[in-house]
Design a binder for this molecule. Sequence first.
Ligand SMILES: *Cc1c(COP(=O)(O)O)cnc(C)c1O
Length: 377
Amino acid sequence: MLPVIESVQTSHYTTWVEIHLDHLLHNLRTLKKAFGFPNSAMAIVKANAYGHGLIEVAKTVASEVEYFGVSSLQDALALKEHQIEKPVFIFGRLLRPELPAALMNGIVLTVSSFEEAFEISELSETLSRKTTVHIKVDTGMGRLGIPYRQALLTIEKIAKLDGIKVEGLYTHFPTAELDDGFRDRQLIHFSQLVETLYKQGITFRYRHAPNSAGILKGPHPVINLIRPGIMLYGLYPDKSLTHMAQVKPVLSLKTRIISLKQLQAEESAGYGRSYIAKAPTNIAVLPIGYSHGYPFTASNKAYVLYHGKRYPLAGRVSMDYLTIDLGETAARIGDEVTLIGQDQKEKIRAEDLAQWAGTIPYEIVTRLIPTLPRIYK
Ligand SMILES: *Cc1c(COP(=O)(O)O)cnc(C)c1O
């Protein structure tokens, strides 16, 4: 498991992640309010809670959510092991060897076809259990889920199986952050399906679709469960959404200077000699590289914060180190440097680093390796 340090004493770490747990609750409440319709929330904690630490995050929000959503059996079982009291839901499909553990632990499963439902139902009966499932309908994601045109007949068949209890129906948005009308068309297909099934006596306690961006696009009468992920962690899936709800970043990434040197004009730093000093300058070495999840593609593009000011990376990010150009600033070994987070009035958001690195904020936080110490505040 992750090294969890209770005290705020960080002095013995050289590179670490700080997690502001109180911001999680603020973000959750902000999102529930932003949806503007009575709702329950499924906190999405897949991928080690987007790199923030699965168990600590789950414990923090457990009392204010209805469900936890993950994509792997490992994460689901970890939540059960730590006695997180809310039900745990898996998005993807488990293959046959994984099913007994899931069923014995009461994990709620996704069903994307009749065959999956049949397999789960048969095994549940063998184990003298009834397994709760949510049926996923593909209204445009083109990944998991029953294609909506075939969904009616398939769901009627699934509803008759004895080993499962169908508790939910859901779908997923591929472009909720855009105003392309696609989400609205998906919701039309989804609610038509809900209504047709309702007339046949097939009802669902939970009907869900919105991810973070979808939540901000407002309520829909058929939807009664929201599935916030990235914004729970205070990050925006898209710049265009920043004015729609104020969430606070939960994660900071920090390190300390381990070495200093002066380069003369024309001297270079790092592999490939991609950085050449124009004039004499101070270079600091930081003990973090792409092996920790700091993106290689941020080489020569990203900035860090030192004593409240921004300084650029100098040269390529290497496996365990990166170098920054401090210019004329004198620094000391052991001083703190912020790679993501706030230092005095300056801020670097995961979204900024994502942009410098040519990727998305999701990738920045989920790639921070689990063995980096997480300090919970
Ligand atoms: C990851 C995920 C979410 C959360 O998405 P965000 O954009 O991070 O809010 C919601 N639903 C499903 C099915 C997911 O896989």
